[in-house]
Design a protein around this ligand. Structure first.
Ligand code: SF4
Length: 175
């Protein structure tokens, strides 16, 4: 039997996330320009962007992107289920704004993660679950050697993201 959570639980979760999004957008509007002029933040943002690109490159090379797209279109379906977005707070959302992501105020696809858009995930900076999870079929498809390479790149990306997040919290966390 498929578990369906009560409606008020998902409504509460959505409201909390919308508050995080509003806070991130407010900080971005007030301090975004200053952040882009901050040498440390800009440097860490560039390292993070490169790490994201490298993970994306490896996902393409190892066939992960193709397999996930096929699964989402033909079934059994995407892993981006409703509730994962709880892992995102205002700082990670702010980082996505700094990476030029378009963050919606309401979900585009009902019944899925808040950040699923028409063309898949709307975010560039993603939290660990979104990056680390490889379903059993995917693990079998890419094999242990590619899996190790991919998870190493994911580790680098998460580290770069954490360093940027840490710097932003120290400099702008009181906003
Ligand atoms: S944040 Fe993106 S990758 Fe993570 S579950 Fe949501 S849509 Fe999927």
């Amino acid at each position: 039997m498929v578990y369906r959570e009560p409606l008020f639980v998902s409504q509460l979760r959505e409201k909390k996330l919308q508050e995080e999004i509003a806070r991130a957008k407010h900080i971005y509007a007030e301090h975004g320009e200053r952040m882009f002029c901050d040498e440390l933040i800009c440097g860490l943002l560039a390292v993070y962007r490169d790490a994201i690109l490298e993970t994306g490159r490896l996902m393409k090379e190892t066939g992960v992107i193709e397999a996930c797209t096929r699964c989402a279109v033909e079934g059994p379906g995407s892993c981006c289920f409703q509730g994962i977005e709880e892992g995102y707070d205002y700082v990670l959302i702010l980082i996505n704004l700094l990476l030029s992501c378009d963050i919606p105020d309401t979900p585009e696809v009902q019944g899925s993660c808040f950040f699923v858009g028409e063309n898949g995930c709307r975010l560039q900076g993603r939290f660990s679950f979104c990056l680390n999870y490889l379903c059993p079929d995917l693990q079998e498809l890419i094999g242990p050697a590619h899996r190790t390479r991919l998870l190493r790149a994911v580790g680098n990306e998460l580290t770069a993201g954490w360093e940027l997040e840490h710097a932003l919290r120290l400099r702008f966390g009181k906003q």
